[in-house]
Design a protein around this ligand. Structure first.
Ligand code: ZN
Ligand code: FE
Length: 257
C-alpha cells in the first residue's frame, strides 16, 4: 500500500491508500476528490481517520460516510461529525489489517492526534495532520509553544525512515523561513532546490521522512547551535535559550515572516 495525496482546496492533501479492495482516507475536508479517487481505483471506502476538528479536515466526513458507509475514527477530545469511534493517546486501531498507534500531539489544537504504523509495505508511516509540516509546523491555535514542542519531540522519536504524511503543501513557504533561520545549512539548500523542481512540475513535495525533517526543519532543530543563535538575534530578551524558548521564538517569528 502506498499513500497517495488527493489534492483538496488550495493546498490540502487528503492522504489515501488501499489494499486493492478497501481504502482509508485521512482528514477529508471535502468529498469530491475522494469519491473520484475511489471510483478511479475501483475500491470501497472502509475507514476515515481524522486528526483534529478543523473544517478543512472534517468537512467531507458526513457525505463520505453517507455515500460509502465507511466507519469514522477521530480524537477523543474534539468536536467531531458524529457518530464516530473516538481514540486516545496510546490506543491502537486496526486499519486495513494494519495496526496504527494513536499519538496525542496537542498544540495546533488541544485534542490533535497523529496515527503511526510501524510497517506499511515495509516502512513506517505517520499521518500527522497539521502538527508537523515539511520544513515547518502547525500554527498554535489552541495550545502553547511548550505543548507543541513536546508533541514534535515525541514524533522525532519515531524511526528516521518514517514517511511523514502532512495535510498541507506548505513546503516552499516553510523553506523560505527555514533558510532565513539557517542560511548555512547545506542539506536545507539542496532540499529547497529539489522541492522547487517538484513544485514547478506540479508534483507534491510529500511525503517527507523524519530523518530529512530532522536535518532541515528548524522547528525540530531547536537545540542546534545555529538555530539557537538565530533565535537569540531575533529575540534578545530570551535569556534562557533552552529548546522550548527557541521553539517559541521561531513560531512567533514565522507568524510574522
Ligand atoms: Zn488545522
Ligand atoms: Fe489544516
Amino acid at each position: 500500500m502506498t499513500p497517495f495525496p488527493i489534492p483538496a482546496f488550495s493546498d490540502n492533501y487528503i492522504w489515501a491508500m488501499h489494499d486493492g479492495r478497501r481504502a482509508v482516507v485521512v482528514d477529508p475536508g471535502e468529498p469530491a476528490g475522494v469519491l473520484a479517487w475511489l471510483a478511479a481505483e475501483g475500491v470501497a471506502l472502509d475507514t476515515i481517520l481524522i486528526t483534529h476538528h478543523h473544517p478543512d479536515h472534517t468537512g467531507g466526513v458526513a457525505e463520505l460516510r453517507s455515500v460509502t458507509g465507511a466507519r469514522v475514527i477521530g480524537p477523543v477530545r474534539e468536536a467531531m461529525p458524529e457518530p464516530l469511534q473516538r481514540v486516545d493517546d496510546g490506543e491502537t486501531v486496526a486499519v486495513l489489517g494494519h495496526s496504527f498507534s494513536v499519538i496525542a500531539v496537542p498544540g495546533h489544537t488541544l485534542g490533535h492526534i497523529a496515527y503511526y504504523c510501524a510497517d506499511v509495505s515495509g516502512e513506517p508511516l505517520l499521518f500527522c495532520g497539521d502538527t508537523l509540516f515539511s520544513a515547518g509546523c502547525g500554527r498554535l491555535f489552541e495550545g502553547t509553544p511548550g505543548q507543541m514542542h513536546a508533541s514534535l519531540s515525541r514524533l522525532t522519536e519515531l524511526p528516521g525512515n518514517t514517511r511523514v504524511c502532512c495535510t498541507h503543501e506548505y513546503t516552499l513557504a516553510n523553506l523560505r523561513f527555514a533558510q532565513a533561520v539557517e542560511p548555512n545549512n547545506q542539506a536545507l539548500q539542496a532540499y529547497a532546490q529539489r522541492c522547487a523542481d517538484l513544485r514547478s512540475q506540479g508534483k507534491p513535495t510529500l511525503p517527507s521522512t523524519l530523518e530529512l525533517e530532522k536535518a532541515i526543519n528548524p522547528f525540530l532543530r531547536c537545540a542546534e547551535p545555529d538555530v539557537v543563535r538565530a533565535a537569540i538575534i531575533r529575540a534578545p530578551e530570551v535569556t534562557q535559550p533552552d529548546a522550548q524558548a527557541v521553539f517559541a521564538t521561531l513560531r512567533d517569528w514565522k507568524n510574522q515572516f
